[in-house]
Design a protein around this ligand. Structure first.
Ligand SMILES: *Cc1c(COP(=O)(O)O)cnc(C)c1O
Length: 421
């Protein structure tokens, strides 16, 4: 459930008409619902009870500092994959003890900054990274809490670009070598083993791959304890999928996921960490855009909108589907006709939907892309020198711009012409 509904024929975010935001902010813009973000976070937290747990929101899904502050104030931890994300979490007031640092390419400079600012744990992804972290931490007289990201060799059965837990993927260390690498970690100065980490992919719509992976994690926990390691935390990663279409998809709910986690890992006396991103932010956001032209070509009809692939790249990059709603609700019984929804960018990849059945939407009217709260604004660029898309947060009957649209002058001023030109 989200909080984007029609009231009196107008699409609202909570109690605010989308058209009011469009008038105030201009189009395109991202719009997030505070109530939906809160609800999704709370669902996860409750699903894991009574196990001791920390829900570490995956910052990369939507890293706006206002979104992080909202979740952080609810008690969320944060999963970051760069020092930039770490600093965003800190700017949102999240203490270092609630921030976990993931990612395959952490640099020594990033490690130092995180150790300096406080960190819950590093999810270490390789032996060279482990050695590097040991050197950095020891040189600071610090002790770095670590888990090792273990690759369970489970096929998440999700999109190629977001599948991460097979042995051919670049992430983590093979589970077959885990005991040997933990033994090495235990001997290194500046390193303190605290647990095990996994993340097998994103947009999973089936619990079976998770269960297969966590079963291997339970076995590994017992084996590592037998080897003398203190395993007190299990980081299960993120990846639970969301429905991108209202009609036919029904991915498992956080409650189903939580029940499975309790069944598979509940008797290990560990603190559970999970790193959901998409499920918290995805359906808490919409991208709203205005139709510029309706163009009748020989074979098909196009709706040319003022958002483009630089604002929302998921359709172009992953072939992703987003439901698209007219902001003014269609009259009941009005006939739908197939249109291609495209942006203004000069390449054919700039297509949001092909032959989508839509009510008759005219030039000047607004349409909204559903499920755009995760991996939307964070992946936006200025390709074609289009201004970075602004973001708005709604709570009840009020809203605030949480990232301004820059001006053209600001965009151009970031470049500089060398003196010798
Ligand atoms: C991307 C990522 C997540 C979040 O995945 P979602 O599918 O958005 O839940 C969590 N942990 C790690 C390590 C990731 O790379």
């Amino acid at each position: 459930m989200d909080h984007f509904l029609y009231k009196d024929g107008q699409l609202h975010a909570e109690d605010v008409p989308m058209s009011d935001i469009a008038t105030s902010v201009g189009t395109p813009f991202y719009c997030y619902s505070a109530a939906t973000l809160t609800r999704h976070f709370t669902l996860f937290k409750e699903a894991l009870e009574p196990m001791p747990s920390l829900v570490c929101y995956a910052v990369k899904a939507n890293s706006n500092v206002a979104v992080l502050k909202l979740l952080g104030d609810l008690g969320a931890g944060m999963d970051v994959v760069s020092i930039g994300e770490y600093l965003r979490a800190k700017a949102a007031g999240v203490p270092g003890e609630r921030i976990v640092f993931s990612g395959v390419g952490k640099t020594p400079a990033e490690m130092r900054m995180a150790l300096d600012g406080g960190i819950r744990q590093f999810n270490v992804e390789s032996e060279p990274e482990l050695e590097a972290l040991s050197i950095v931490a020891a040189s600071m007289g610090a002790e770095a809490p670590i888990t090792l990201r273990v690759n369970p060799d489970v096929d998440a059965g999700t999109h190629e670009k977001i599948s991460t837990g097979r042995k051919e993927d670049k992430f983590g260390v093979p589970i077959s070598r885990a005991r040997e690498i933990y033994a090495r970690a235990a001997k290194l100065p500046g390193i303190k083993v605290v647990g095990i980490d996994m993340h097998i992919g994103s947009q999973l719509t089936d619990l079976a791959p998770f269960e297969a992976a966590y079963t291997k994690m339970a076995e590994l926990t017992r084996a590592l304890r037998a080897d003398g390691h203190q395993i007190t935390r299990l980081d299960l990663g993120g990846g639970l999928g969301i429905p991108y279409t209202r009609s036919n998809e029904a991915p498992p709910l956080p409650t189903d996921y939580g029940a499975m986690v309790k069944r598979v890992l509940g008797d290990l006396d560990c603190e559970i960490e999970i790193e959901p991103g998409r499920l918290i932010a995805g359906n808490a956001g919409m991208l709203v855009t205005q139709v510029i032209y309706r163009k009748q070509a020989e074979e098909r009809e196009f709706l040319i909108v003022d958002a483009a692939m630089n604002d929302l790249i998921r359709p172009a990059m992953y072939g992703a589907h987003h439901d698209i709603l007219p902001v003014t609700e269609a009259e009941p019984g009005v006939p739908l006709s197939p249109v291609d929804l495209v942006g203004p960018i000069c390449e054919s990849g700039d297509t949001f939907a092909k032959q989508r059945a839509m009510p008759p939407v005219k030039a000047g009217e607004l349409v909204a892309f559903r499920s755009a709260g995760a991996y939307g604004a964070v992946m936006a660029s200025e390709y074609n020198s289009r201004l970075l898309v602004p973001e708005v947060l709604v709570q009840g009957d009020h809203f605030a711009v949480i990232r301004q649209r820059p001006t053209y002058d600001e965009m151009i001023a970031r470049d500089s012409i060398p003196a010798w030109l």
